[in-house]
Design a protein around this ligand. Structure first.
Ligand code: FAD
Length: 357
């Protein structure tokens, strides 16, 4: 029987491989990295703390079908992520809520008062095109400067006004005290970690996993079909130019004498430091070990492609690559890099399930 090739062993590739294998196909899945799980890779550091090598990954979804599909491969630990932003010397909830307003301004607003506050400070914008429009339209200029503009400049190397509306639209504004970062109906972490879940996804007699292998080094004629989850511009040798990606440098640190470094999983630093945020992994895993491990994220232009940069001109270049991709026979492009989409993990699983139905 001929083999199907899956390029990339992240969420997109692993789910494609599992679905194809379950349909009776023989699958070879490769990754240029020495491990499975793509950017969701986690591992125990030298001190026994489960850390995420490529930055914090928190699973959340509203799609029961996707949660049920992944539940075949893992047990779960209930976890609701919380984030504080350090602003004017205080740590305040983000997304901005009633507690944020009361803490920042020394007020005692109730829900109606918070709604009236937002109404008073917001700058109505129409049409809403950029992320700046989104933020000014909901919270006005001061909260925009304190919580969003500096963070965005660090994260993307761009001003809010240069980013598509969809980026800021991911962060809601609340008049109540809900301080959860996500409000999805399913918020869980894989009980034994993401990598363990991926091991189970790929544990199928029809699947061969090969790590440290470049797609470009293989003879494509050996495969009947290819599911490609790497960068779409890379597949075509960057012939139309490079699609911009934002990268990150991760600074991991273990603090042997500290059992808890911060009160919540992530603290954002919108205006101070070169890093955007610090995450403490024990909040995510619920581990009770001595000492703690944290990661600081420094956004940068060069390096591994992590985030497609959502700007209209990049979308236009992507569409040109997509036209080339549509003309490729027997190749399916799926995942965050292949579809140049700012996808969360659940959306990537959904895309992979759709691509293999
Ligand atoms: P990837 O995980 O990038 O996998 C693609 C794989 O393909 C890589 O392992 C790569 O090595 C391999 N590859 C590429 N090209 C080649 C080639 N030519 N040959 C061989 N192998 C190749 N999502 C959430 O839902 N919640 C979060 O909290 C969250 N946090 C995130 C935090 C950070 C810092 C980042 C960067 C992303 C975060 N995400 C989060 C998004 C999440 O990482 C992605 O949605 C998901 O991992 C994408 O899966 P993928 O398979 O499409 O891509």
């Amino acid at each position: 029987m001929t083999e199907t090739l899956v390029v990339g062993a992240g969420f997109a590739g692993a789910v494609c491989a599992e679905r194809l294998a379950s349909q009776g196909r023989k699958v070879r899945i490769i990754d240029r990295r020495p491990h499975i799980a793509g950017n969701a890779y986690d591992e125990f550091d030298d001190n026994g703390v489960l850390i995420h090598r490529y930055g914090p990954h928190i699973f959340h979804t509203n799609a029961k079908r996707i949660f049920e599909y992944l539940s075949r491969f893992t047990h779960w630990r209930f976890y609701e992520h919380r984030v504080l932003a350090e602003v004017r010397g205080k740590r305040l909830p983000i997304p901005i809520n009633r507690t944020t307003l009361n803490g920042l301004y020394g007020l005692d607003l109730d829900e109606a008062g918070a709604a009236a506050f937002f109404e008073q400070v917001r700058t109505p914008r129409s049409p809403i095109v950029s992320s700046e429009d989104v933020v000014l339209n909901s919270v006005g200029p001061e909260l925009c400067e304190l919580f969003f503009r500096g963070y965005t400049r660090k994260q993307w190397g761009l001003d809010l006004s240069q980013l598509s509306a969809g980026v800021a639209a991911r962060i809601p504004t609340r008049t109540n005290d809900d301080d959860r970062y996500f409000t999805d109906s399913f918020q869980f972490m894989p009980a034994d970690g993401f990598t363990a879940m991926f091991r189970n996804i790929l544990d199928h007699p029809n699947i061969t996993v090969e790590l440290g292998v470049e797609f470009e080094s293989l003879d494509r004629r050996a495969f009947d079909r290819i599911f490609y989850t790497g960068p779409i511009d890379g597949y075509f040798g960057y012939r139309l130019g490079r699609l911009p990606y934002r990268s990150l440098r991760f600074e991991h640190e273990h603090l042997p004498d500290t059992d808890q470094a911060q009160p919540v999983g992530t603290v954002n630093y919108p205006n101070a430091h070169d890093f955007t945020r610090i995450t403490e992994f024990k909040h995510l895993s619920g581990q009770k070990v001595k000492g703690t491990s944290i990661v600081r994220e420094y956004p940068c232009a060069e390096g591994e492609p992590y985030y497609p940069v959502p700007r209209p001109e990049n979308e236009a270049l992507f569409r040109q690559y997509k036209a080339l991709a549509d003309a490729e026979r027997d190749v399916v492009f799926v995942g965050r890099l292949a579809q140049y989409r700012y996808y969360n993990m659940d959306q990537v699983v959904g895309a992979a399930l759709g691509a293999t139905e």
